[in-house]
Design a protein around this ligand. Structure first.
Ligand SMILES: *Cc1c(COP(=O)(O)O)cnc(C)c1O
Length: 344
């Protein structure tokens, strides 16, 4: 049975071009900054997102962690969305390892946080309060339907943050999905931010790696912190080689995942007992619910799995499907047929 795996875009395996580049990569010791392939990826990434410098890290979680630790000291406060990946899925690492205090604000359905809420959350100078240091946005917003944040919004947050002397970090795990979906340059999305993390290992299909981008001083602090959390890798050019292929060959094709996601969402909307707003789907992430009187999400997920379609349960009545490099439009049609059968 051919499995259609829609659980995540992290399941993507390296392409033949990546495996070839990895096999042939010129390498050195990256802790000594002597890996030419890592250096090339970092230069390429920095230039692509319009920042002076970049740093390869092992994962998106590590990228967000070293970014927070580079911006904040112990007791400093970050302002971030209550649905954000950093708050939800990163084990509170910034608190555990850096003593950083998170202040969550409600995410709107489109992944934004209302400007006035951000402004109201910034602490005045008072001996009772922690020091507000960093605002974190997420683009695209994973738990908010994979919605891309528009440059106008991010620019407004950037201005607000600067006016109050804070910094802005973007968790851009899927920022290339945002750029492709909005038809804008990724550098425009990154411009208002002091730092940005993006993932090579999701829709871009590299096996490992994320990149942190920012100015030289920030990246040199991040490099020290990366070492302290065990992220100083040696011949990391093996990984970086795949990252270079990801950046050069895999960005534009993300548009296919978006088309396929839309097709999946429209198809699911026609199936009795499934609840979804197809208009909310503009990148590669599709959240949908099962009507409460039908069955629960884990049961549906199990039945789909038995027929070769894998999705992720995300709540008692909610599931997620993520379109990716290994899923074609024909697979989407096949998956929809399986959904119809299970829901009959
Ligand atoms: C996946 C993801 C991360 C973390 O990336 P890992 O490489 O899995 O650690 C961070 N932010 C968002 C929005 C993500 O979707």
């Amino acid at each position: 049975m051919d499995i259609i795996d829609l659980r995540s875009d992290t399941i993507t395996r390296p392409t033949p071009a990546m495996r070839k580049a990895m096999a042939e990569a010129e390498v050195g010791d990256d802790v000594f900054k002597e890996d030419p392939t890592v250096n090339r990826l970092e230069e390429m990434a920095a230039q692509r997102v319009g920042k002076p410098a970049a740093l390869l890290v092992g994962s998106g979680t590590m990228g967000n962690l070293v970014s927070q630790l580079s911006h904040c000291g112990r007791g400093d406060e970050t302002i971030l969305g209550d649905q954000s990946h950093v708050f939800f899925y990163e084990q509170g690492g910034a608190s555990a390892l850096g003593g950083i205090h998170p202040r969550t604000l409600a995410n709107e359905l489109d992944g934004t946080i209302a400007l006035e809420k951000i402004e109201a959350a910034i602490r005045p100078d008072d001996v009772h309060f922690p020091i507000s240091r960093l605002v974190i946005l997420e683009n695209t917003h994973n738990r908010c339907s994979g919605t891309p944040l528009k440059p106008t919004y991010t620019t407004a947050v950037g201005r607000l943050v600067k006016r109050h002397g804070l910094k802005l970090h973007i968790d851009g795990a899927r920022i290339f999905n945002a750029a492709v979906a909005l038809g804008v340059d990724v550098a425009e999305l990154a411009a208002p931010a002091d730092s940005l993390t993006f993932c090579l290992s999701k829709g871009l299909a590299a096996p490992v790696g994320s990149v942190v981008c920012g100015d030289e001083a920030f990246i040199s602090r991040a490099r020290r912190i990366r070492k302290s959390v065990g992220g100083g890798m040696r011949q990391a050019g093996i990984i970086a080689a795949a990252g270079i292929v990801a950046l050069t060959e895999m960005v534009n094709r993300l548009a296919e995942d978006h088309v396929n996601a839309k097709a999946l969402a429209s198809g699911l909307a026609e199936i009795q007992g499934l609840l979804i707003d197809p208009d909310a789907v503009v990148t590669n992430i599709v959240y949908f619910r099962v009507a409460k009187n039908r069955m629960d999400a884990p049961t549906l997920v199990r039945q789909l799995g038995d027929l070769g379609v894998r999705v992720l349960p995300t709540a008692k009545d909610q599931m997620r499907a993520v379109l990716n490099y290994h899923v074609t439009l024909a697979d989407v049609q096949r998956a929809l047929a399986v959904f119809s059968r299970v829901m009959k």
